[in-house]
Design a protein around this ligand. Structure first.
Ligand SMILES: [Cu+2]
Length: 292
């Protein structure tokens, strides 16, 4: 009877284990659209930068298997303990309270796991934080509730513009518009170039996030934060403000279009004309609420 029971428990634990790993690893093979969420998507969103690829590797190949193994191991222990040591199976409990060897093992193994994780983790962090020499610098300002972008003069810019979410009435899916993500003025950057972002806020704390570039940085009034990315693929990439910043927090998407170098130069010329008028008034407005 007991032997039979043990077989059922082991079988059930194995099936459960197999099912959960299947579910976890299904996420890795899931087809994802770059730059925006996918219905039914699992796992991290697709990325188009080197740091993004490293992040995916760190999460999918290092963290996820470790987490899955620990989760399944603890689940297995719990199932075993509740079967083997319940009142029925083990009527006289042991009086054992300390076991030096066991205590050393269950302290040392978690420490070793953390050290093993820390090495690639710090390497990735350093890669994200150290800004390489940049061809393009853009100043991004978070406002309630939209982003504004300034392209500096010495890099062929000298203009700035605001980026507002398109209302539902202006969304045209046939033109590639995405509800809650498409904007009136997309920011444009060249492909395969290092882009440095200087991020600040004019009112409350926001957070500038583009998952496909693995970019997420707080926009804080009075503090200029820096981050960078180098997109290796052309396309439109969306993100959303990631710090609760008030009533329309959910309605201030960020949209960056990555184009070829030629198209970027062309866009700079057009944007300079388009935003020239808006810029002069903006600069006055920006100066008055520039963080001190
Ligand atoms: Cu915000």
């Amino acid at each position: 009877m007991l032997i039979g029971n043990r077989h059922i428990t082991r079988g059930a634990a194995l099936t459960l284990g197999a099912l959960s790993s299947l579910l976890l690893f299904a996420g890795l093979a899931w087809a994802q659209v770059e730059g925006q969420p996918t219905p039914g998507g699992l796992g991290l969103p697709a990325t188009v930068t080197e740091v993004g690829a490293e992040t995916q590797f760190f999460y999918n190949v290092i963290l996820l298997p470790i987490i899955s193994f620990i989760g399944l191991f603890v689940l297995g222990l719990l199932i075993y303990v509740s079967w083997r040591f319940n009142e029925h199976a083990n009527p006289v409990p042991s009086k054992l309270t300390h076991h030096t060897g066991l205590e050393i093992v269950w302290t040392l193994i978690p420490v070793l796991i953390l050290v093993f994780i820390a090495v690639p983790s710090f390497r990735l962090l350093a890669h994200q934080v150290e800004v390489p020499e940049a061809k393009v610098t853009i100043k991004v300002t978070g406002n309630q509730w939209y982003w504004s972008y300034q392209y500096p003069q010495d890099q062929g810019g000298g203009f700035s513009f605001d980026q507002f979410m398109k209302p539902d009435s202006e969304i045209k899916p046939e033109n590639g518009d995405v509800r809650l993500l498409s904007v009136d003025n997309e920011a444009v950057v060249p492909v395969n170039e290092v882009v440095k972002l200087q991020v600040v806020a004019s009112d409350v704390i926001h957070s500038f996030t583009i998952p496909a570039f693995t970019v997420r940085i707080d926009a804080v009034p009075g503090r200029l934060n820096e981050t960078w990315f180098k997109a290796e693929k052309e396309g439109i990439f969306y993100g959303q403000c990631s710090k609760i910043c008030g009533k329309d927090h959910a309605f201030m998407p960020a949209a960056i279009r990555v184009v070829s170098k030629e198209k970027y130069e062309q866009w700079l010329v057009e944007a300079k004309k388009k935003f020239a008028k808006a810029d002069s008034s903006l600069r006055v407005a920006a100066r008055s609420d520039e963080p001190r």
